[in-house]
Design a protein. Sequence first.
Length: 244
Amino acid sequence: MGGPRIQVVEDTDALSRAGADLLAGSIAAIPGARVVVATGHTPMATYAELAERRRSGLFDPAAMSVLQLDEYLGLEPGDRRSLYGWMQRSFLGPMGIAEDRVARLPVEGDLDAACAGFDQMIDSRGGLDLAILGLGLNGHLGFNEPPADRSAPTRVVDLSPVTIAANARYWGSVGAVPTKAVTIGMRQLLSARAIVMVVSGEGKRAIVHRSLEGSVGPDVPASFLQVVDSGVTVIVDRAAWGEG
Ligand code: F6R
């Protein structure tokens, strides 16, 4: 098991280079890799670096397929603030990945049944190869808000006040942030063959140490990264990690 490999880098530029190195290597190693792609601020520079490498012919994402990590509920179709829209602009478009190679989370109809179907689809394809994740201020992975057990399925969740406050910057005010979402569950994420989590900024210092060095349990979903069998790499910048 061995626990997560923690790679501390000096700044956000170094984080994007290290992230791009690791992701490009992991994706190239598994033809047809099934990859979960986080949105959020932290991985954006890494995606831009990967896109630059693609333009230069150094990275070829042609064979990969993508799964959506999480999505708000209650938006109008085509709302630019959807996480799918964000993933399209930051990852799918720049990587040249067509919609038929993307598994989108359900956002309407019988969501319990559709989420169970999403997990079955992943299982039937042999699980996830790579999960690219960020870290929430409350230790969430995707929108697995605490408490979230390691076996939690893909499901509808209520966003926590911490997450709503953190995301208010994208919506103009706290009151405008959707309160419900759908997320790939902990079981699938923790079973991915490789997990790469990127963490940046001083505001994440307490939660990154709590997640990687504190006790393991549902109150800090990311703490389960300490005890999964797959290869977990956490790339964290100095601002987040501190001098220790
Ligand atoms: C985004 C997501 C979230 C973010 C996390 C960190 O798809 O699933 O878990 O990764 O909230 O967000 P940033 O990077 O904006 O600090």
